[in-house]
Structure formats: C-alpha cells, structure tokens
Design a protein around this ligand. Structure first.
Ligand code: MV4
Length: 444
C-alpha cells in the first residue's frame, strides 16, 4: 500500500500531484533543485529534499539523487509528473527494482511507445487506423523512394526516437526526399542517438485530436473522450479543449474504441493519451504518450474524474473508479497555457513576477505554482499557470475565458495572456473552424 509519495517534478504539476495525495491522506515528499528553494511545491509538501544544482541534468533528471531522496524519506511511491523522467523506461524500471511503486505505466509500455515506428506497427497490428507509410523504419534511400512512390507525395519523414514534432521533414517531391533522407537520419542520430526514420503520407491541414485513456491492473481500459489540441505553435500547445468542435458521438465512439484496442494490445495500465490526426472525417493514429499530460484538467472538467487521484489508486492496485457503461462529457472546457514568454516572438521571459492576481468566479480553475514576488527561473519550461475554463457549452466557455483573461494580472514578466485574448476574438477560432496550421496564419 502506498503511504508516502515522492513527486519527481516541479512547478504546477508537482503541486497538482501533492493536492491529490493530500485528498487521499498520503504523505508527500518534494524534491527540488537549488533554483527552486522558494518554490510552492516545496512549501506544500510534508517533506522536501534538495537533489542538486539548477541544471535539470543534475537535479530533476538525476535518477540516483531522486532514488536516494525516496530512500532517505521512506517514500514508497514516485509520481513523475510530465516531462523530465516521466517517459524514461530506465527510470521506471529502477523505481520498481528499488521496491518503489512507479505511478505510471510499465517500463515496457513506455519503451514500446517511445519508439514511434514500433508504436505505429503496434497500432496497425491492433487494427487501429494509421496513415499509409513504411512498415517500420526505411533502411535505405531506395527503400524510402519506393514507399513514397507507392503512397504518393507529399510524405513526411519522422524520427523513430522522436516525437512531439522533433526530427520531422516534409517532402513534397522526390528531389526533396533525396536530400532530406540523409539529413533527417543524421539529425535523428545526433538528437536521439538513433538514426532510424520512418515515412508517412503527409496530411496538409489535419487537426490534432487525442483520446484520454486509463487502464487498471484488473485488465480494464476506459476511454474518457477527446481533447482538441490543434491550437499550437512550434509544437507547443497553446489552447486545448474538450469536446472537440468537430467530434460527434459516432467519431468519439470510433476513436475511443480504437484507443482502447491499442491499450489492450499492450496491456496498458495507468493514464495515457492516444494522439490522432483528423482530417476530412477520418482519423489516424500518430503517437501514444505514456504519462499524465499538461492538458489533463480539460478532461477532468468535462468528466468529473480526478485523473491524478485515479493514477495513484490504480498504482495501488485498485480497480478504476470510472463506472462501467457509457461515460459522458458534461458541458465544455478549455485550457489556456500561460507562459512567461514574449507573446509575439515566443522567447522565454523569466524573471520576477511583481504583481499576480488570478481570476475566479463560476467555471474558473487555475493550476499554478506562481505567486507575487515569485522568480520564474530561466532553467526550466516557461509555463507559469494554466487557466482552465468550464461552461455549459462552447459559447459560454469562450465568454468566461474572455472575462477571466481580462482580469488576470501578471506583471514583471511578459506572458501569453494577450495572445490568448486575441485568439478568443478570432472568428475562425470562435466558429471552431481550424487545423494545426491555425497559428501560422494568425495575425497578432
Ligand atoms: C504529421 C502531420 C501531417 N501528416 N504526420 C507533429 C508532431 C508529431 N507528433 C507529428 N506531427 C505531425 N505529423 C503526417 N503524416 C503533421 C504534424 C504536425 C502537427 C501535428 C499535431 C499538432 C501540430 C502539428 C504541427 C505541425 C505538424
């Protein structure tokens, strides 16, 4: 039985996990770097351990320091949050070998889905729709050209070890593929230590729609509906919402069933996300994320399920609390990622928050570890708050989001608040008529 949880993370997600532990009556251990001594996750936890210098490699990514902190404090479980070590199969394995409970999926599931070419093959074998493309990595340029000619251009080259948009090359024709193949491979080798690339038909204006899934140790897997994540820039999501403006009950059922089939094929346990590309009424498997995601609150708000508490209970061996039978999405929710960065250039803008006033009122939730006089360190991700809005429908959610953003005061650092406010006045956004290219065309 879990009684004390070490949170191997920082910022809003560390705080989010601590809140869930408190509600479950569990003890909490925060770990922090030297740059995070004054961080809220440290103050909210029952115990805290400094695990190293500011540089993530020497603290939040240091497996030995984190395991040592768990042993010193007598923690019996580790929640990895998102980012850092959350999808490191080696870390999950070591946690288990140290007789600690990893609050997440098995090392094998993490490893399998971390290889994007293998994930694609697993999806195909499970009967989940995928885009036309190569079976596994393409070994030679001749191989690549043959597959491309068969499926037709444009195609996209993706690094097997990549994901989240890193190591991709779009090729509109044979000439670009000729030159992109080797550069993509050497880039992948340099970035991930594995040169393998695979090939897919390239969709010109897809939506990114993902399904939240959850499996337990009793063999049950559920789908908890979709999140629309097309509003992003440079592969950083800006706004997520559920339900998607384009997903009806039929598509939701089909996507959910496909997601469940994939999870069952790999005996998936704990929270996960299946990402799909959606275009012209069809959806295709893209990747699976084997962690709790930044945007999980959107699903929490429309399902009423506390996903982080559910993660801990499932790691404890309990069956999923989600009732059997039809789940339903109630109302609408949106999340706005508020980053300490220039809203025009997206350059990080760390520094001291001189004024901080968060909005409240009906349908407003804020997940943050920031406060007035908090100094946003330059060493980590620039996310400082998530504004999560719920309404009875999309129009009410948009109206609430506008008034919440209008009264959200953050001074001292530049933030993405004005950008969000402008997006909420865009007619295409308001109509729900957009693809992953929305921000390329958006004028701020
Ligand atoms: C694609 C695609 C179009 N066609 N694959 C980007 C992130 C990585 N997970 C895969 N990505 C894409 N894969 C095919 N076959 C377009 C993208 C893509 C994208 C996907 C989701 C959200 C934003 C995106 C922005 C640019 C490209």
């Amino acid at each position: 039985m879990i009684s004390k949880v070490l949170i191997a993370n920082r910022g809003e997600i560390a705080l989010r996990v601590i809140l869930a532990c408190k509600e479950l009556g569990l003890g909490t251990v925060a770990v922090h770097s030297e740059a995070d001594r004054d961080a809220l996750h440290v103050r909210y936890a029952d115990e805290d351990v400094c695990i190293g210098p500011a540089l993530a490699k020497q603290s939040y990514l240091s497996i030995s320091s984190i395991i040592a902190a768990a042993e010193i404090t007598g923690a019996d479980a580790i929640h990895p949050g998102y980012g850092f070590l959350a999808e490191n199969p080696h870390f999950a394995e070591i946690v288990g070998e140290c007789q600690l409970t990893f609050i997440g999926p098995s090392p094998n599931a993490i490893r399998l889905m971390g290889d994007k070419a293998k994930a694609r093959e697993t999806a195909k074998a499970a009967g989940v729709p995928i885009l036309p493309g190569s079976d596994g990595p393409v070994r030679t340029i001749e191989d690549a050209l043959e597959v491309a000619r068969t499926i037709g251009f444009p195609i996209i080259l993706k690094a097997s070890a990549g994901g989240g948009g890193r190591g991709m090359r779009i090729c509109p024709d044979e000439t670009t593929l000729q030159s992109a193949y080797e550069t993509a491979r050497s880039e992948a080798e340099r970035a991930f230590g594995v040169a393998d690339v695979y090939l897919e038909k390239y969709l010109q204006h897809p939506r990114h729609i993902e399904i939240q899934v959850f499996g337990d140790t009793h063999g049950r897997v559920v789908s908890l509906g979709e999140r629309e994540c097309s509003i992003q820039r440079r592969h950083q999501k800006l706004i997520e919402e559920s339900p998607s403006p384009v997903v009806d009950q039929t598509i939701r059922q089909r996507m959910g069933d496909a997601a469940i089939k994939l999870c069952q094929a790999v005996s998936y346990v704990n929270a996960g996300t299946i990402e799909f590309l959606y275009q012209d009424g069809e959806f295709y498997f893209m990747e699976m994320n084997t962690r709790i995601q930044v945007e999980h609150p959107v699903t929490e708000e429309v399902t009423g399920i506390d996903l982080v508490k559910e993660q801990i209970c499932v790691a404890n061996g309990e069956p999923l609390s989600v009732p059997f039978g039809e789940f339903h999405l109630r109302g609408h929710a949106m999340e706005f990622r508020i980053n300490a960065e220039d809203p025009v250039t997206f350059a990080p803008n760390p520094g001291k928050i001189r004024e901080f006033h968060a909005p409240g009122g009906p349908g407003v939730r804020i997940d943050t570890a920031a406060y007035r006089d908090y100094v946003v360190p330059p060493h980590y991700d620039s996310l400082i708050a998530k504004l999560i809005i719920r309404g009875k429908d999309r129009p009410e959610t948009i109206a609430r989001a506008r008034r919440a953003l209008d009264s959200f005061v953050i001074e001292g650092v530049k933030t993405t608040i004005p950008l969000h406010r402008a997006i909420l006045d865009d007619p295409r956004f308001v109509r729900g008529d957009f693809s992953t290219r929305f921000m390329e065309e958006f004028e701020f």
